[in-house]
Design a protein around this ligand. Structure first.
Ligand SMILES: C[S@@+](CC[C@H](N)C(=O)[O-])C[C@H]1O[C@@H](n2cnc3c(N)ncnc32)[C@H](O)[C@@H]1O
Length: 315
């Protein structure tokens, strides 16, 4: 099960750590619902008069989370064209949608909401996705090499490796995986595919393990960077982050907060620069917030998490 990272810092960053005000009408967005760890905590901090919008680009996340939330919040979800609406007796109203966080401006327009008080993006993938062998996210389990968050859009990683040139594959692995053996890996992929297409996560992992010296560099498996690169490429992940960092500040009310957790330097660089350079944002976290020793001990995934928070101000 996915263990959320830096939860208390997220609540503080979004100013949700104070007492609930029963007349308040705040709207908060969790743009990356995943296993719902952050969303549940955010929801518990909101009053029944307030709204939590929870989104995920992966439709299977929404399919799994709606029944989970129904049971957790002891209410029934109602479906509309926009998504699922839940109004528990005790807690805030929930709106749950299978959308990219890039669709937030359109979604708010559809909902007739002019601005929101906080947005959280917890980038990357969840442990549930990593453990689902049918998605190919993990090189530790064998499954189809898909790597898409939403299998109805774009091309799978297997197709990417089938149709792209050796140079395109090498550049992708270098740029998005920061893998110094990118050319060697790309050459082997192209040689291998002449005899047999690379269609499973195990085929690709075995190929990399044969090529890159030492199966384990320190703590990191030598296949990690190539899988990360392909996932970023087929989902156009950095484009989504860049677009969101440009458009989401306009969706915030004055004083509203944007909190972003990233797990690798490519994302963190985009977030850091966008927060510094956007006309509407004032940076709250001069340095990123990272996990303390207790969290590092309890949740190894937290070791690469960096949280940055910015606040909407006048242009
Ligand atoms: C690290 S997990 C989030 C975990 C969540 N905060 C929790 O506490 O369980 C990241 C989630 O973001 C989703 N995701 C990735 N890119 C997205 C995008 N552009 N828009 C919306 N969701 C996205 C993934 O499908 C995944 O479920």
């Amino acid at each position: 099960m996915h263990v959320p990272v830096l939860v208390d810092s997220v609540l503080t960053g979004l100013r949700l750590d104070g007492a609930r005000d029963s007349s308040s009408k705040r709207v908060i967005i969790d743009g990356t619902l995943g296993g719902g760890g952050h969303a549940i905590r955010i929801g518990s901090s909101l009053a029944p008069s307030e709204t939590l919008i929870a989104m995920d680009r992966d439709p299977s996340v929404i399919e799994r989370m709606v029944p989970f939330l129904e049971s957790e919040l002891e209410t029934t979800a109602e479906r509309s064209e926009i998504g699922w609406f839940l109004q528990p007796i005790q807690g805030c109203r929930w709106i749950v949608c299978a959308e990219s966080y890039c669709a937030i401006p359109d979604l708010l327009h559809q909902l007739g909401i002019s601005s929101v008080d906080g947005i959280l993006l917890d980038l990357g993938l969840s442990s549930d996705q990593l453990q689902d062998a049918q998605r190919g996210f993990s090189f530790r389990t064998d499954g189809p090499l898909d790597l898409r968050f939403d299998s109805s859009s774009g091309i799978s990683a297997a197709d990417f490796l089938r149709i792209r040139t050796e140079k395109e594959i090498a550049d992708t692995i270098y740029q998005f995986g920061e893998e110094r053996f990118s050319r060697r890996i790309a050459r082997a992929i192209v040689e291998t595919r002449q005899a047999q297409p690379i269609e499973t996560s195990k085929q690709l992992a075995d190929l990399i393990h044969r090529l890159v010296p030492g199966r384990i560099h320190g703590r990191v498996d030598s296949a990690t960077r190539t899988f990360q690169a392909l996932r970023i490429a087929v989902n156009r992940e950095l484009e989504h982050v860049e677009q969101a960092m440009q458009t989401l500040p306009q969706c915030l009310a004055m004083g509203g907060r944007l909190a972003v957790i990233s797990f690798h330097s490519l994302e963190d660089r985009i977030v850091k620069h966008a927060m510094r350079e956007h006309d509407l944002l004032h940076v709250i976290t001069k340095k990123p917030i990272v996990a303390d020793l207790a969290e590092l001990d309890a949740n190894p995934r937290s070791r690469s998490a960096k949280l940055r928070v910015a606040e909407r101000m006048d242009a």
